[in-house]
Write a protein that binds this ligand. Structure first.
Ligand code: THU
Length: 132
């Protein structure tokens, strides 16, 4: 069960998902991230005819928060249509790890939710400490 804050984030993700630009996959994804300031930033997936240039909803939400000046991100919610909650791709897991987002809520449009930490999503990850 999602608490009130998680539900607010999920609703923001469901809403922004409507703006997904997906002429190739037709698979729409929405994401919302809560920053330490208390503000919520959203993102949807944006595809490209050069398929590899596609950017996922999660990264667009995280990057929107960072572009607004946020550095500390508390909670990320991602949503898509499906029987099971949607799982972030590998590239997004690396970006989630970069900002050490403590809690990631994966959901579907019915509100089924699965929660994991960044470490659970990407164990033994490459990061700043790897270069020390
Ligand atoms: N996608 C996301 O936006 N987030 C995910 O967690 C999974 C995949 C997008 C990328 C692409 O536009 C479409 O879903 C199909 O892969």
């Amino acid at each position: 069960m999602m608490d009130a804050l998680e539900k607010e984030l999920w609703q923001a993700a469901v809403k922004v998902r409507q703006n997904a630009y997906t002429p190739y996959s037709r698979f729409k994804v929405g994401a919302a991230v809560l920053a330490a300031s208390g503000k919520i930033y959203t993102g949807c997936n944006i595809e490209n005819a050069s398929y590899g240039l596609t950017c996922c909803a999660e990264r667009n939400a995280i990057f929107a928060a960072v572009c607004a000046g946020e550095r500390e991100l508390k909670l990320l919610c991602v949503t898509a249509e499906g029987e099971l909650p949607v799982a972030p791709c590998g590239a997004c897991r690396q970006v989630i790890a970069e900002f050490a987002i403590p809690k990631i809520i994966m959901t579907n449009l019915q509100g089924s939710a699965k929660t994991m930490t960044a470490e659970e999503l990407l164990p033994y990850s490459f990061g700043a400490a790897s270069m020390e």
